[in-house]
Design a protein around this ligand. Structure first.
Ligand SMILES: Nc1ncnc2c1ncn2[C@@H]1O[C@H](COP(=O)(O)OP(=O)(O)OP(=O)(O)O)[C@@H](O)[C@H]1O
Ligand SMILES: O=C(CO)[C@H](O)[C@H](O)COP(=O)(O)O
Length: 384
């Protein structure tokens, strides 16, 4: 799991660039997924996990990224079935421009929703677009890159559900709801170790952004079809590292059936047998059941704690229903293939993998519906 393959780069995109991903197959309408979260909440990690599950061997930055022949700075991650587009690329101003306006990038006024809507709509119609690039290394808006539609297109970032026009184009929406304590741990881990920032600057950045986060980013979770909550563990109040992860799945979303433990409709708390699933202190506990989330009926699956041996996850998988896997053990196999990715020993990796299978299932259902409709219209035309 080579993070270096996905780090931000400094070269500029040529005006028209060849893309790594396959063109859209004839007659296939892309499904459009929205993933919302604040900075430092694990979106890129989630997208790498997701595209690796879909993407076969071809997973990487568009055009090969920095260092590849003709590679350039890009936030776009592609595989042979998916394109992941970072919504930071629709920032209206660059970093210096925001110093003039005094607004944070979380403020909708600093984002070009007209262009976002125009390009999401064009891609959903199977058209190619020339998308701007926001360069996180030097804070500039770089030469646009050519984006070709693929069967699955994921828009991840701060505001996928903010603009009604864009939201209406999304076939499925997710929100990564990371608790403040966990978000701070992750930002410290990344921004100090990987980006050399000071603790004071990280704390100041989170504080400065909080009013806009509360006003514009966080409210999107109420609009989402699936919310992955990442919280400190309930198993030991002194433990600040172990995570409790909840996958909140809305009922009634077209072509999406929530997954659950054991049987539908039950509320279950389960401490797996330590003989079958070894876990370090403070242990591990799962939960499943119906809940209400801001007035919507939902099904929740929760894992609190870590597991030691990823191979043993098949024991948990055997108790899950509606995972949308194609064979018993596929979920565990998908996580084993990314064993070095962050979250591979706790509920974050598990819930993100469940989300990936839900998206694949949605794509397959919508593709089958489109093929059936095309066949019926062809038959009707022939009969006329
Ligand atoms: N499930 C996880 N468990 C532990 N650490 C994680 C997890 N997911 C992400 N991280 C860590 O949190 C930090 C931020 O993750 P990532 O870069 O994926 O977030 P992001 O939302 O894409 O950030 P940004 O929007 O700022 O680019 C990284 O150091 C990453 O390794
Ligand atoms: O929220 C963010 C990423 O999701 C960034 O802060 C935003 O895109 C502005 O980038 P930078 O801080 O590098 O100028």
């Amino acid at each position: 799991f080579a993070p270096s393959a996905f780090t931000h780069n400094t070269m500029k995109a040529p005006a028209s660039s060849s893309s790594l991903n396959m063109a859209l197959p004839e007659g296939v309408t892309p499904i459009i997924i929205g993933v919302a979260a604040d900075s430092g909440c694990g979106k890129s990690t989630f997208m790498r996990r997701l595209t690796n599950i879909f993407g076969g061997d071809v997973v990487g930055p568009l055009g090969g990224g920095f260092g590849a022949p003709g590679g350039w700075e890009t936030n776009t991650l592609v595989s042979d079935l998916t394109t992941v587009i970072c919504l930071d690329d629709y920032h209206l101003n660059d970093r210096n421009g925001r110093k003039v306006t005094g607004l944070t990038a979380l403020n909708p006024l600093e984002n070009n929703f007209d262009l976002m809507y125009e390009q999401v709509k064009a891609l959903k119609e199977g058209k190619t677009v020339s998308k701007p690039i926001y360069n996180h290394v030097n804070g500039t808006l770089d030469t646009p890159e050519t984006i070709e539609p693929t069967p699955i297109i994921i828009f991840e970032g701060l505001h996928p559900m903010h603009d009604d026009r864009v939201r209406d184009l999304l076939d499925f929406t997710l929100y990564l709801d990371i608790s403040p304590d966990v978000k701070l741990n992750w930002k410290i881990q990344r921004d100090m170790e990987e980006r050399g920032h000071s603790l004071e600057s990280i704390m100041a950045s989170i504080e400065a952004r909080k009013p806009d986060f509360d006003a514009y980013i966080d409210p999107q979770k109420k609009l989402s079809d699936m919310i992955i909550e990442v919280l400190p563990t309930n198993l030991d109040k002194e433990d600040k590292k172990t995570l409790r992860v909840r996958c909140i799945q809305k009922e009634g979303v077209p072509d999406f059936a929530p997954c659950y433990l054991f049987d539908s409709g039950s509320t279950i708390e389960w401490t797996p047998s330590p003989e079958k699933l070894s876990s370090p202190a403070p242990g591990i506990k799962l939960m499943s059941g119906p809940e209400e989330y801001f007035g919507s009926k939902c099904q929740v699956v929760e894992m609190d704690g870590n597991f030691d041996n990823l191979q043993e996850l098949v024991y948990i998988e055997s108790a899950l229903s509606n995972t949308k896997t194609k064979f018993y053990g596929e979920l565990t196999q998908a996580m084993l293939a990314l064993a070095d990715a962050p979250g591979s020993n706790n509920g974050t990796g598990l819930m993100q993998t469940l989300a990936a299978f839900a998206i694949r299932d949605l794509y397959e259902k919508k593709s089958a519906q489109a093929a059936k409709a095309k066949k019926e219209s062809t038959t009707a035309a022939a009969a006329a």
